[in-house]
Design a binder for this molecule. Structure first.
Ligand code: ALG
Ligand code: ZN
Ligand code: ZN
Length: 318
C-alpha cells in the first residue's frame, strides 16, 4: 500500500546520537507510530528448532542494536531505502518456545495478517524453522513461489529425532506442500559435510539448484548473480538468508557454523543482484548473539537487512 505522506525515516543521527535513539531497527518508527507501512521489519525470537547451539531467539534484538550504525543512503544501489517506502519496526512476535507447532501457526497467522494489509515483511529470526510458516503465508498470497536460499546448509533434510518441523527441514516441508515453484528454487553458499551423498540428489529432486560457496572461488560475483537471476526468472521470489552462509570469520555468532564460507562483501554484492526481481518477502535467520564477538555477526546482519530493504526500495522506483 502506498502511503499518502512522505515516509517517516530514521532518527536524524546528526542531531541525536545513535546510541541515544530508539531501540527499533535502524531507529525507524514503530508500526503504531505511522498511519500505514509498506515494509515491516518483524522479529521472531524462536529457536526451539535448532540441532546444535541455541541462542537465535536473541537474534532480533542483537540485529536491532547493531543497526544503530546504519545510515540512510545506500551508495552501492543509489537509493535511500527509508525515503521511498515507509519501513517500520513491527516489534517481536510472541511465539511459544515449548510447542513448535503452535509457534509455526502463530508465525503464519501473523504473516498472513501483514499480507492482507499489503505490508511486505523482512523477518528477523530466530532459527530457520520460521521460514516454513513464512513460505506458507507467501504462497497463500502468490501461489507457488521461487525461493533463493542463502545458506551453508541445504535445510531440505527430512526429520530430526522424528520431528518434521526444525531448522534443518523447512524447505523440504515447503516443497512437499507445493509452496515452491520447482523450476525457480536455488540454494547459494552450500558447503560442508553432509549425512550422505543422497542428500544432494534428494534436494535436486525437490527442485533446488545449487550455487556452492566454492563457486565464488572460480566465478565472479557477477557470474553468480547472472546464474541466480536466470534461475529465479520473472515470478514472485522469496529470499531467505541464513547468516551461516558467511564464513565463521565474518559471522561467528550462529548455531551451526561451517568453514569455507562467503565474505560479507560477496554476500552483500550478491544481494544487490536481486534488484529488478519480484521480491515479495525475505527473512534473515540464525543470528545467535551468545556466540558473537565484538558485534561482528550483528553488524553483518544489519547490513544484509539494509541491502534487502534497498532492493525493495529500488524495485519500487522502477
Ligand atoms: N539451518 C541451519 N542453520 N542449520 C541446519 C543444520 C542441520 C543439521 O544440524 O544437520
Ligand atoms: Zn538454514
Ligand atoms: Zn545454515
Amino acid at each position: 500500500m502506498s502511503t499518502p505522506q512522505p515516509p517517516v525515516g530514521p532518527v536524524d543521527n546528526t542531531r541525536i546520537p545513535r546510541y541515544a535513539g530508539p531501540p527499533t531497527f535502524a531507529q525507524l518508527p514503530r508500526i503504531d507510530q505511522v498511519p500505514a507501512a509498506d515494509v515491516a521489519v518483524l522479529g521472531v525470537p524462536f529457536d526451539s528448532g535448532v540441532s546444535y547451539r541455541p541462542g537465535a531467539r536473541f537474534g532480533p534484538g542483537h540485529i536491532r542494536t547493531a543497526s544503530k550504525l546504519l545510515r540512510p543512503y545506500n551508495p552501492a544501489l543509489d537509493v535511500a531505502p527509508f525515503a521511498v517506502q515507509q519501513v517500520v519496526d513491527a516489534g517481536d512476535l510472541a511465539v511459544n518456545p515449548f510447542d513448535i507447532g503452535e509457534a509455526v501457526a502463530t508465525i503464519e497467522a501473523a504473516a498472513r495478517g501483514f499480507a492482507a494489509d499489503g505490508v511486505r515483511l523482512l523477518t528477523l529470526g530466530g532459527d530457520h524453522t520460521i521460514a516454513l510458516p513464512l513460505l506458507r503465508a507467501a504462497a497463500a498470497t502468490h501461489g507457488p513461489i521461487g525461493v533463493v536460499h542463502f545458506d551453508a546448509h541445504l535445510d531440505t533434510w527430512d526429520t530430526y529425532f522424528g520431528e518434521p518441523t526444525t531448522h534443518g527441514t523447512p524447505f523440504r516441508r515447503a516443497s512437499e506442500e507445493g509452496l515452491l515453484d520447482p523450476e525457480r528454487c536455488l540454494h547459494v553458499g552450500i558447503r560442508g559435510p553432509l549425512y550422505t551423498a543422497q542428500d544432494l540428489t534428494a534436494d535436486g529432486v525437490l527442485g533446488f539448484q545449487v550455487i556452492r560457496a566454492d563457486d565464488y572461488e572460480t566465478s565472479s560475483v557477477a557470474d553468480v548473480v547472472a546464474r541466480m537471476r536466470q534461475r529465479l526468472g520473472d515470478g514472485p521470489v522469496y529470499v531467505s538468508v541464513d547468516i551461516d552462509i558467511l564464513d565463521p570469520a565474518h559471522a561467528p555468532g550462529t548455531g551451526t557454523p561451517e568453514a569455507g564460507g562467503l565474505t560479507s562483501r560477496e554476500l552483500l554484492n550478491t544481494l544487490r543482484g536481486l534488484v529488478g526481481l519480484d521480491v515479495i518477502g525475505a527473512d534473515l535467520v540464525e543470528v545467535s548473539p551468545p556466540y558473537d564477538h565484538a558485534e561482528i555477526t550483528g553488524v553483518a546482519a544489519s547490513h544484509i537487512a539494509f541491502e534487502l530493504l534497498s532492493v525493495l526500495a529500488r524495485n519500487r522506483l522502477a
